[in-house]
Each structure stands twice: as C-alpha cells, then as structure tokens.
Design a protein around this ligand. Structure first.
Ligand code: 5RP
Length: 237
C-alpha cells in the first residue's frame, strides 16, 4: 500500500471516534489533511461538529469543505483532537512540528480532553530522535537563541547540529505565529523529559516539538500483504 493509502486508513479509523456535537481539534500535515477530507464528507452528509484548526493551512482546507470552525478562544475546551506526528514511541511520546505547526498543535491538543495521533506505522519508533526535533523560536535575538539551544541540547546529553529551517527560496521559514524553527538533528534522544526541560529554560524558545504526556492514543496503519492493518497504542475510549 502507498503512504497516502496508509494515512487514509488511519484517518478513517479516527473518524469512528467522532460523535455529533463534538468540538474537534483539527491537526496539520498530510495525515491530518486526510482526516479533514473524510470529516468534510461526513459534514456534507449532515454530521454536526465544530472544528478548531491548528494552522492556517488546515483552516483553509476545512473552510473549503464547509466544516464549521471556531477559534480556541471561542471554544477553549475541546472534546478530541486528531493530529499526525513525525515520531511516536511506545509511551505515546511524540515528535511533532515537521509541518511547522507545533505551537498551535500543542496548544490545541492540551486544551482537548483527548488527543489521538494518526500515522503511517513507519512513524512508530523505539526511541525518539531520528526525526529532527523542531524548536519554535522568537525572531528577536535569533542568533543568541540558536546558540543557547545548542548548549541546552548538549546539557541534556544530546549531540548533533541545530539548523535554522529555511523556505525553498532560502529565507528563514516563518510559522503561522511569526516565529522561526530550529531543527535539532540529534539521531536519538535518551531522555526526552530532560531535553524538553532544558529547551524550556532558554529565553526565546516559544515551544518545542516534544509532546510528552499529551497523546492518549495512536492509530497506526501498516501494510500487511497489501491490506491496511490498524495498530492502536493506548486506549481509544
Ligand atoms: C505538523 C506536524 C505533522 O502532524 C507532522 O509533521 C506529520 O505530518 P504528516 O502527516 O504529513 O507526515 O506535526 O507540524
């Protein structure tokens, strides 16, 4: 099965969790987009839900599909957030932010009673860190913050370069919140809690892409002889 088929299979299983009247956090990225597409079809058939998007891209997609939207200020408590991830381990710890939406994604997930991750099973890892860890930083003092993040990473026992994420044209990428992203290429993160705490101590760090103790479950789709096999980590209820 192709990657898009697996993402769609995980998204379809997550759609079973949606009930009429729910306030839903809508994630960002290609897997979350597959979920929003399926959700849009259900809304067209009469399902009444309201969504809070985690990025301008998701907002545009959901609006185009006719999904009713609200801001998190209008709906500060959500029932369920469905979002993708770049890595997920057995303890449901995540790396997120490959799509540069980690700040809004974390705020929305934290405001939700439940967060369920949907992903291709290839994102399931025994140890976090092969995917570069995104760290969202304020534009002010970028060079100083970059150096401080390098030190924090080393203090947490990790090694590897920290690189400013660039847009295709070569300029620094700017997030929906007007910040920049530093990607920490660490290979492996021995102690995610220690790294998260070290990054938090750096003034200028707005948020980091380690989601620790936030996800309740993950729906992973694997290719089993040409069929999508759904693997669930955690509990979907
Ligand atoms: C965006 C994210 C995405 O959820 C993550 O990058 C996974 O994306 P995809 O489903 O396209 O693999 O964290 O900031």
């Amino acid at each position: 099965m192709s990657g898009p088929d697996l993402r769609r299979a995980a998204a379809a299983r997550a759609l079973d969790l949606v009930e009429p009247g729910m306030r839903l956090g809508l994630g960002t990225g290609s897997t979350a987009a597959a979920f929003v597409t399926l959700l849009g079809a259900r809304v067209r058939d009469g399902l009444d839900i309201v969504g809070v998007p985690t990025s301008e891209a998701t907002r545009a997609q959901a609006e185009a599909l006719g999904i009713r939207l609200a801001t998190l200020d209008e709906l500060p408590e959500l029932d369920l957030t469905i979002d993708g991830a770049d890595e997920v381990d057995d303890q449901l710890r995540l790396i997120k932010g490959g799509g540069a939406a980690l700040l809004r994604e974390k705020i929305v997930a934290y405001a939700s009673r439940r967060m369920v991750v949907i992903a291709d099973a290839a994102k399931h890892v025994s140890r976090l860190g092969a995917f570069p860890l995104p760290v969202e930083v304020n534009a002010f003092g970028l060079t100083a913050t970059h150096r401080a993040v390098e030190s924090a990473v080393a203090d947490a026992g990790c090694t590897g370069p920290v690189r400013l994420r660039l847009q295709p044209g070569g300029l620094p990428l700017v997030t929906d919140g007007g910040h920049h992203i530093l990607d920490a290429h660490l290979g492996a993160i021995a102690d995610p809690d220690a790294l998260g705490a070290a990054l938090w101590a750096v003034p200028g760090v707005v948020e980091h892409g380690l989601f620790l103790g936030i996800a309740d479950a993950a729906i992973l789709a694997a290719d089993r002889d040409g069929q999508a096999e759904i693997i669930v980590l955690g509990s979907l209820t």
